[in-house]
Design a protein around this ligand. Sequence first.
Ligand code: ADP
Length: 401
Amino acid sequence: MKILVINCGSSSLKYQLRDMNNETVMATGLVERIGGEIGRIAHTSRPDGDSPAKRVDELPIADHTEALKLMTDRLLDGVIDSLGEIDAIGHRVVQGGESFSHPVLVDDAVVETIRANIPLAPLHESNTIGIEQARKLFGDVPNVTVFDTEFHLTMPPHAYMYPLPMELYDDLKIRKYGFHGTSHKFVSRAAAEHLGKKPEEVNLITLHLGNGCSMDAVEKGKCVDTTMGLTPLAGLMMGSRCGDIDPAIVPFLAKNKSLSLDEIDALMNHQSGLLGICGMNDMRDVHQAREQGDENAQLAFEMFAYRAKKTVGSFLAVLGTVDALVFTAGVGENDDHLRAKVCEGLAPLGIHIDTEKNAVREPGIREIHAAGSPVKILIVPTNEELEIARSTMAVVNEAAA
Ligand code: ADP
């Protein structure tokens, strides 16, 4: 079975075609600057094979419809002979609201419900455009939606409700939804398997630390709390997002800096986090600057780690017993300094990192805790596209059964 995974951002489109008979990637691509003066499409055939073929083109790409057409042109150029070879399409959808607790086969009603959730994630309207265009372009090929929020719908009300007037939840569905759910689900399942247990037999704290960062408390395979909220701005400090701050800073800025709400929103999303503190949002640059004595880079690193560590502490309290901490995503998988800093001083809470194991760089799942550590510490590379492809295949097979 060949599954195409599509992830439409506001001005980008990521795609991956996978042969699910052996889960190999047949082709992958990224279309960027859609709607800009000059767009870009980078396409790679057989990225994991012996001779990957990469092709990059720069050209105006007016909208997502054109982007999808470019994608199909590239796929038909040596990857597949006809679009009919594609058995199903899996779409990443950021916001499923309270409507979707698992992946679903797309029909008109599903598209309508996703549309109704757009006010909760206005920046991700492109998700629906991707689905609608794919339905047109691929005819009868089944489309499946996989939601970033679905893994978090198991949170109990005392975790997902905000202490705001109840009518805001009743009228506008203001509550914590959480994001990166596909990643947290994938790594929590992989970690359980690595530990030789079923997902429902383990309690985990999963740390997705990339440009965007979030952490989940996973109890017996189900998410019971997460750091992101109504939007992906909440929680941990991130590359350019502030994470949790005193909410009164928003009206304070409006009054004292005469900023509009849109300007404050942009400031918190795009000019804060690591970038706001030291002018760099890539942790590799932050380390380089720290090593050269840049005090703000040092402060940014310490703040990032401190905020993650405090959340580990609070999730330990939420879960009581924890089998493993699971580090994933760009920073979580690659940055031994950061992992060491997050775990520093946590031995009394049962978290003992092994400095040497932590420093080794190897692909795949790795254990980096000291022998006898009551809480294990794992690095589990995330793979959201594979998770979406697996979920898509499961939905399509179930529908056909
Ligand atoms: P996204 O959230 O955009 O999916 P990723 O999970 O790919 O991001 O993470 C990207 C980030 O990972 C980079 O911005 C960088 O900060 C960090 N990163 C990648 N490699 C390393 C490394 N070797 N050491 C430290 N940080 C790294």
